[in-house]
Design a protein around this ligand. Structure first.
Ligand SMILES: Nc1ncnc2c1ncn2[C@@H]1O[C@H](COP(=O)(O)OP(=O)(O)OP(=O)(O)O)[C@@H](O)[C@H]1O
Length: 231
């Protein structure tokens, strides 16, 4: 297994507030990892640093050996928590944007996933519900043949019944060498697809490991362990 992400001593300040505080983390490829923690512990900030969206920080951050920048961005598919596609665009328009912008975009895969979600490619984004929009964004983000996927709360808007379908779409056709990092509060829903977890608190990693090892060691689900750790 290859090391996909290495982070040493990562600090990120917003003005005088330290959002990431000496964070260390190693993540291998070929895994799906849940990034878990309370509101404000720094999950989004960490994903933005990894995605190259936040460039002012201290510490050493490597994605397949590259510091966040043009080379790493070419291999990282980032799904931010805020809706990032233009309201006035149709799904066909979004597909064209991805095709023009990302050399690793697999248009057939995107169209297949959008069909799987029963979304109309002619529909404008402004006419889609929050959950439908999340499905469209996941279809696009997961249709890049990336080495690393960074998904910030990707299923927060979809109804419980649709979550499983969305999660299956995330894991479907995934390159066995790819790393997927998913930040979420929906631990119970995500737990079945996770190989590993990193619990964060106050801008650091509090606990990380393999899901199976943590369950065996603590004798409880990751969801129950989370509730215990953050009680
Ligand atoms: N642009 C900003 N300016 C100032 N402070 C910020 C900014 N963005 C985030 N913060 C602060 O940094 C801390 C970490 O925020 P972040 O969004 O990374 O947390 P999070 O773990 O993703 O939270 P949540 O689970 O609520 O989404 C919070 O205290 C937040 O208020």
């Amino acid at each position: 297994m290859t090391t996909a992400i290495t982070i040493r001593g990562l600090n990120k300040d917003y003005g005088r507030f330290r959002a990431l505080d000496g964070l260390d983390l190693d993540l291998d490829g070929g895994r799906i990892v849940g990034l878990l923690g309370e509101n404000g512990c720094g999950k989004t900030t960490l994903l933005k640093v990894l995605a190259g969206a936040l460039t002012r920080y201290d510490g050493d951050v490597r994605i397949h050996g590259h510091r966040p920048g043009p080379e790493s961005k070419a291999m990282v598919s980032f799904l931010p928590d805020a809706s990032f596609l233009p309201d006035t665009s149709t799904l066909d328009g979004c597909i064209r944007r991805y095709r023009d912008f990302f050399a690793d975009f697999d248009e057939d895969h995107a169209r297949e996933l959008i069909g799987f979600f029963s979304l109309d490619t002619g529909a404008r984004l402004s006419t889609l519900s929050k959950g439908m929009r999340e499905k469209a964004q996941i279809a696009l983000a997961m249709s890049r043949r990336a080495k690393v996927y960074l998904l910030d709360e990707p299923i927060s808007g979809v109804d419980p019944a649709a979550r499983d379908v969305l999660l299956q779409a995330i894991v479907r056709d995934l390159d066995p060498e790819a790393l997927v990092v998913i930040s979420t509060h929906l631990i119970h829903d995500l737990e079945p697809i996770l190989d590993g977890v990193a619990f964060m608190r106050y801008g650091r990693v509090l606990l990380s490991g393999e899901v199976d090892d943590l369950r065996a060691e603590h004798g409880k689900s990751i969801d129950a362990l989370f509730r215990e750790v953050y009680r």
